[in-house]
Each structure stands twice: as structure tokens, then as C-alpha cells.
Design a protein around this ligand. Structure first.
Ligand SMILES: Nc1nc2c(c(=O)[nH]1)N[C@H]1C(S)=C(S)[C@@H](COP(=O)(O)O)O[C@H]1N2
Ligand SMILES: [Mo]
Length: 220
């Protein structure tokens, strides 16, 4: 378990209660859904709204100051400015959001830069096995390189045709459609390729290391 002594401006009560839920296995249904037959994974309920979840800090980065560093075990590390994002081929994908706190939201149309395109530019070295996302609010989360390389993963600038708002992680957030939404880092500022896995903010606090909603991998 992580030591929360120096979380600074994040909301310690919220973090504490989520850690307790993880310990107690809150919301675990042990039920099943079949992705071939069902659209809603076990224990989820459909919402029409779009809840905002974060650590209580919503960083606002002017586009002229905004940078995205892509580094670690890659052949061609990069620091992208906003103009570099705009210069990449556009990618779109429609997917359902499943948040571990049990809400799901269908048919989110994301637009941005595909992970596969990014990978083709930076070229991970053979030792690279995992990816760590670092965000402007100090949040981190980790995924396997294989999961990042799935065809539906992207760095999103737009949601349903509109630029992603600050509260939802704009100007740029990661979208990992196959995992619970905590893997989709808002306000991403660094994508780091590493050999050894490194648990992120919630993964250190009792969440599952992967987070497949169909297997109800809420807590680890
Ligand atoms: N940078 C950052 N990304 C984050 C979080 C966060 O606190 N900071 N929270 C995660 C969690 S737990 C969820 S459910 C989703 C919420 O995204 P939303 O506010 O757009 O619904 O963002 C994820 N990405
Ligand atoms: Mo979440």
C-alpha cells in the first residue's frame, strides 16, 4: 500500500475511502456478463451523464506551454508541442466507458492520435514491456505495452466532436477502451516506456494491475 503522507493538494479523504473500498472489495458482484451477448459488464449500471473523477486538481495548461514527452526505452524519444499533435494523422474510435465506481457510458466518439501511430514513430526497444502515463496533476497509471498497442487505443483531443474539456482531461488524455476508465490518464504529459512494470496511483492503492471490466478486475 502506498504511503499517502505527501499527496499535497489531492483530496486525502477521497483517496482514503477508495483504498478502503479496494480492501473490502466494494461493488464486486461475482456476477457474470458475456461480452458476446451483453453490453454492460458485471456490476455496472448505465448512465446518460458523464461524471467527473479526479484527485481534486484540474490542471489548466495553455496550449503554447503544453508539452508531451515520450521517452524511456524507445529508439526515437520525442517532446511534442501542440502543433505536433495537430500534425499527426487523425484517428477516430467509438467505445463504451466503464468506470470502476460502477457507471458506464455508451458510444463515446473519441478523436486524436492512435497509439499505433505513436508507436510507429518512437519505436519501442525490444526491452520495453510496459508503459507508464504521467499526468499534469501528478496522477500516474500503468499498462502493458501490448495493451497500449491495441488498435482502439488513442491520445484523444476530442469527444463527440468537441475538444475535451479541462475537467475531462483536455487538452489531451489517453483512452484505453478495453480497461476500466482509471487507465485512461487525463492531462497526460509524459508517456514512459519501461522494462519492469511499475504500478501507478490507484494500482498502488489496491486497484487491479490490469482492469478488465469483463473479468471484473476492480481490485488487485
Ligand atoms: N490525470 C488523471 N487522470 C485520471 C484520473 C485522475 O485523477 N487524474 N482519474 C481516473 C479515473 S479513476 C477515472 S474514472 C477517469 C475519469 O475520467 P472523467 O473525469 O473524464 O470521467 O479518469 C482517470 N484518469
Ligand atoms: Mo475511476
Amino acid at each position: 500500500m502506498a504511503d499517502d503522507g505527501d499527496l499535497g493538494s489531492v483530496r486525502p479523504k477521497l483517496v482514503e475511502s477508495k483504498k478502503r473500498w479496494a480492501r473490502e472489495g466494494r461493488l464486486l458482484t461475482g456476477g457474470t456478463s458475456d461480452p458476446e451477448r451483453d453490453r454492460l459488464p458485471p456490476g455496472q449500471r448505465l448512465v446518460e451523464t458523464w461524471p467527473v473523477l479526479d484527485l481534486g486538481v484540474q490542471p489548466e495548461i495553455p496550449l503554447d506551454k503544453w508539452r508531451l514527452t515520450i521517452d524511456g526505452l524507445v529508439e526515437a524519444p520525442a517532446v511534442w508541442r501542440w502543433a505536433d499533435i495537430l500534425a499527426q494523422p487523425e484517428f477516430e474510435d467509438v467505445s463504451d466507458i466503464h468506470c470502476v465506481t460502477s457507471w458506464s457510458r455508451y458510444d463515446n466518439r473519441w478523436r486524436g492520435v492512435s497509439a499505433r501511430h505513436l508507436l510507429s514513430l518512437v519505436r519501442p526497444k525490444p526491452e520495453a514491456r510496459h508503459v507508464v502515463f504521467h499526468s499534469y496533476d501528478t496522477y500516474t497509471t500503468n499498462v502493458a505495452l501490448d495493451a497500449f498497442a491495441e488498435e482502439d487505443v488513442l491520445l484523444a483531443t476530442h469527444h463527440d466532436g468537441e475538444p475535451i474539456s479541462v475537467e475531462h482531461g483536455g487538452p489531451l488524455r489517453v483512452i484505453m477502451p478495453r480497461w476500466y476508465f482509471w487507465k485512461s490518464a487525463k492531462w497526460v504529459k509524459r508517456i514512459e516506456f519501461v522494462a519492469a512494470d511499475r504500478p501507478g496511483f490507484w494500482e498502488e492503492r489496491g486497484y487491479h494491475n490490469e482492469g478488465d471490466p469483463w473479468q471484473e478486475q476492480r481490485y488487485g
